[in-house]
Write a protein that binds this ligand. Structure first.
Ligand code: SAM
Length: 206
């Protein structure tokens, strides 16, 4: 039997199990998630609309990857996001692709180090930090009260295997977050296997 060729997915979630070898993945693959193609166009645009709608002037993009979404935010709003990303390989590539932007190798678990921003953005990060989510919300409540949390996340149409015990659609996600939701949207097309979502919450103290 011939062995199946590895894909970047094998380094992230495989057979419903979290693997999380992100830095090795970036060393092996040039464009995981086709980041240069601005995937999930509806939710990306909705995230940018949320920034504009709520008068947000500064944003911390957690899990900023190769920096393409930060660049799109900058192009459309003039905001230079602070990107943090656990893979040093990704950060070094983001820095050379977008030298006018700001990227640091750091984990989302350290977001309290960046208290000066108006909003925290998770763009396609949440599936990879499920066990840490309640701690992350506690950090937000302590260090970012009155600010915003924006979450862009795709859900899978009837095929999700990982994380179903947390949430399986946008409504369940909104119910899971301990802050009031102040805006949300979801979108898909007939041919897509995913539903794109973007939601924004006002962070409240505990
Ligand atoms: C699907 S990519 C999204 C990249 C970018 N936000 C975008 O929308 O194009 C998710 C990124 O989160 C990063 N990541 C995963 N766990 C993380 C953590 N605990 N702290 C910081 N970054 C993390 C991964 O290395 C990966 O680059």
């Amino acid at each position: 039997m011939s062995q199946q060729k590895e894909t970047y997915h094998d380094y992230v979630i495989k057979d419903g199990q979290f693997i999380g070898r992100f830095d090795e993945m970036y060393q092996q693959f040039d464009q995981p998630w086709m980041q240069d193609k601005q995937p999930n166009p509806y939710s990306r645009q909705a995230g940018i609309l949320h920034l504009k709608q709520f008068g947000i002037q500064s944003v911390l993009e957690c899990g900023s990857g190769l920096g393409y979404y930060s660049q799109e935010i900058y192009r459309q709003t003039g905001i230079i996001p602070q990107g943090i990303e656990l893979s040093e390989t990704a950060v070094s590539r983001a820095k050379s692709l977008f030298p006018h932007l700001s990227f640091t190798a750091d984990r989302v678990e350290n977001l309290a180090r960046y208290p000066q921003v108006d909003a925290i953005l998770f763009a396609e990060l949440t599936w990879y930090v499920l066990p840490q989510l309640s701690d992350l919300f506690a950090i937000m409540a302590e260090h970012f009260p009155g600010k915003y949390f924006i979450n862009n996340l795709v859900f899978y149409k009837n095929t999700q295997r990982y994380g179903t015990e947390y949430f399986t659609n946008l409504r369940e996600f909104i119910d899971y977050v301990p802050f009031p939701v102040v805006g949300y949207c979801e979108a898909t097309t007939e041919k897509d296997t995913t539903i794109e979502t973007s939601s924004i919450f006002r962070i409240e103290p505990k």
